[in-house]
Design a protein around this ligand. Structure first.
Ligand code: ES4
Ligand code: ZN
Length: 319
């Protein structure tokens, strides 16, 4: 039996497996510039975040209908459940779809078809987190939040993702303020490729409750101390860091140092279809390669529930 856990850093578009991508391409008459799933998998050799994002945005063009989004999310939830996930807080990137003429209704209604039945079908409770693309404008983020207004009963929070360097959190002050005023929870990717200052800015300017990645905090001891003191959760994604060359190998991953520093760490899969594993695979890999013992692994699993947006009683039932 895998450890029961929550997944807090998961881009639903990043769960698009090659087989489903080709199936949806055929269903929607979209042509992909790859001969077959093997040729596509061959393209999964990334040098940095941007090289991955290029493929991520290209492949998601096969997602066109409500049914596509429902199939995508359902496939993820089934896989996650099999690896012990009891609760998933799921990112989605509406701007990437709106830009292709796929409406907010299609995206949210489609995802909700799967999320709304996930508890019964997979035993996994869910939350939806709308991410703004930080390499798009602040105005576009505001327009996206506006477009999401009819769906806010199904959206728990907002996040910030895509190409980090050159797009500091402060660029999105206004939209995060608006989101907070609407009662939305806030998270942001920071310190993945960007500097430690972006982590501080995400906390102080955007008011985020968790930091997605946050690896580069280690370059600033005072920041590490603050994150530990304030129990700010980091949603770490070790397999992602290896594939995007943020760390050389998994054996070099600073997870042990982050835990030793007293940080509230969680383990997550980020874009599992692209990075070689789901969250259970991530737990297995850090156990094998980094030699984390059972106590440390249980601490990581427990942190995932504590850092989640579940309310107390619901949290206990999910465990
Ligand atoms: C992402 Cl790994 C990562 N970093 C930033 N933005 C993203 N969107 C999807 N995956
Ligand atoms: Zn991410």
């Amino acid at each position: 039996m895998p450890l029961p856990k929550a997944e807090l850093h998961l881009h639903i578009e990043g769960t698009l497996e090659p087989e489903l991508a080709f199936e949806l391409a055929a269903r929607n008459d979209v042509s992909l510039p790859y001969a077959d799933t093997e040729a596509l998998r061959d393209a999964y050799r990334f040098t940095d975040l941007q090289s991955f994002l290029n493929l991520y945005y290209e492949l998601m063009t096969v997602l066109r209908t409500e049914r596509d989004f429902a199939d995508l999310a359902d496939a993820y939830l089934a896989r996650a459940a099999a690896q012990g996930v009891r609760h998933a807080e799921i990112f989605f990137d509406p701007q990437a779809h709106l830009a292709r003429g796929v409406g907010m209704d299609t995206v949210v209604d489609g995802l909700w078809r799967a999320l709304g039945t996930s508890r019964e079908r997979h035993g996994v409770s869910t939350r939806l987190i709308l991410c703004f693309l930080r390499d798009e404008s602040a105005e576009s983020a505001l327009a996206t939040l506006d477009a999401a207004r009819p769906h806010l009963d199904r959206i728990t929070g907002v996040g910030l993702d895509s190409a980090e360097v050159g797009h500091p959190p402060a660029k999105f002050r206004e939209v995060f303020e608006a989101a907070a005023a609407l009662g939305l929870r806030r998270v942001a990717h920071a310190g993945e490729e960007g500097p430690p200052e972006y982590i501080t800015e995400a906390l102080d300017v955007l008011g985020v409750e968790r930091i997605d990645h946050g690896l580069r905090c280690l370059e600033d001891p005072a920041l590490v101390e603050r994150l530990a003191r304030e129990r700010i959760p980091l949603t770490l994604c070790p397999l992602s860091n290896v594939r995007l060359r943020t760390v050389d190998t998994l054996a070099d991953h600073p997870l042990p140092a982050l835990l030793d520093a007293g940080l509230m760490c969680t383990l997550n899969s980020d874009d599992p279809a692209y990075f070689g594993g789901y969250v259970g695979d991530t737990f297995d890999a850090v156990r094998e390669v980094l030699g984390l013992d059972g106590e440390r692994l249980r601490e990581l699993a427990r942190n995932s529930f504590l850092a989640s947006f579940l309310e107390d009683d619901e949290e206990l039932r999910a465990r």
